[in-house]
Design a protein around this ligand. Structure first.
Ligand code: NAP
Length: 312
């Protein structure tokens, strides 16, 4: 049988990296498995302003995560890149299988697989992803330099990302399905003061269209039901549409295995799931606040509890 790790951590976002740091410092044999790049959602965040004691003013998520990963490396956690496709978490030794057939064994597992952006949910959406539609302002804002951009959503993400987009776009219009924003008041205030921002209230996007690139969309007023066609400015020929309407948990793998609610994993305050030796940390959990600081805290608790479990 292959090596049996003390801890296998799934996910290289703040929760997973924090768990790896604590597990490494506790001298547990630790493997962190990430399917793509470190950081999860935070890696695509332009500026982190609410992480306590942040040293670098306006630091990007990518840079914060890179420093976290450096710190993890110092304490000896192993790393591998793989997408886990099946798990057997029932026994004392847990088994995880990757999409290229790699098998991993561990006495404890910490699930920190996070969440991914929800689609806007309009007709033709799939056709225009990467061709006008995006879910990452940091990644794609520069494609819309001096063009018009629309942002769907009314939460913290939508409003913050819309403001970030004003640094590039000529005009940014926030499309929200209600007439009041969900975003924190402090974030709203900045948005209302931003001259490049405008707002389409009580509105949803029903259809997007164009030739190769996105150039028109139909929106519907949620109060009157009236539909309106929005077309790209003639000189521009295209516009951008960014979706920030929340996230779906990356938890399909654990359906029927772990206790969940709407796809989020249920844990106690110490990150224990209903399966002994299996912990969950970060955005994948049922919790009231999904932030870098709460993800990092979850990871630390999960690793400490994994150590406790191993010592019993
Ligand atoms: P969110 O708070 O769940 O907001 C989602 C927004 O999208 C809401 O305004 C919602 O409208 C709208 N929406 C949902 N489904 C929709 C649909 N099908 N069509 C149209 N609109 C739809 O999500 P989030 O903004 O991504 O934030 C997620 C979590 O991260 C939150 O806890 C947030 O506080 C946190 N966060 C914090 C910061 C920060 O502190 N700086 C930054 C980013 C995110 P309704 O309002 O009508 O429900």
């Amino acid at each position: 049988m292959d090596k049996i790790y003390d801890v296998v951590i799934l996910g290289g976002g703040p929760a997973g990296l924090s768990a790896a740091l604590y597990a490494g410092r506790a001298r547990l044999s630790t493997l962190l498995i990430e399917r793509a790049q470190d950081g999860g959602q935070i890696a695509i965040t332009d500026s982190i302003e609410n992480y306590p004691g942040q040293i670098v003013e306006g630091e990007s998520g990518k840079s914060l995560v890179a420093r976290m990963a450096e710190q993890v490396a110092k304490f000896g956690a192993e790393r591998t890149s793989d997408a886990i496709v099946s798990v057997d978490l029932a026994g004392d030794v847990k088994k995880l299988v990757g999409n290229r057939g790699g098998e991993y064994y561990a006495r404890t597992v910490i699930i920190a697989t996070g969440a991914h952006p929800k689609p806007i949910g309009c007709e033709n959406e799939g056709k225009y992803i990467g061709k006008g539609i995006s879910f990452c302002a940091t990644c794609d804002a520069n494609f819309f330099e001096d063009l018009e951009v629309y942002v769907v959503g009314g939460g913290d993400s939508a409003v913050e990302e819309a403001m970030y987009l004003t640094k590039f776009a000529r005009k940014v219009t926030l499309i929200h399905r209600r007439d009041t924003l969900r975003a924190a008041k402090s974030i709203q205030e900045k948005a209302f003061q931003n001259e490049k921002m405008s707002f389409l209230w009580n509105t949803v996007v029903v259809k997007v269209d164009g030739d190769e690139l996105l150039s028109s969309m139909t929106v519907r007023n949620t109060v009157t039901g009236e539909e309106t066609l929005i077309e790209a400015d003639e000189d521009d020929g295209i516009f951008g549409l960014f979706g920030f309407i929340g996230y779906s948990p990356n938890s399909k793998l654990f359906e029927g295995v772990l206790d969940m609610e709407s796809g989020y994993i249920r844990t106690d305050a110490d990150m224990h799931t209903n399966v002994p030796g299996v912990f969950a940390a970060g955005d994948i959990r049922i919790k009231s606040l999904r932030q870098v600081v709460t993800a990092a805290a979850d990871g630390a608790i999960a690793a400490t509890q994994a150590e406790k479990y191993l010592n019993h």
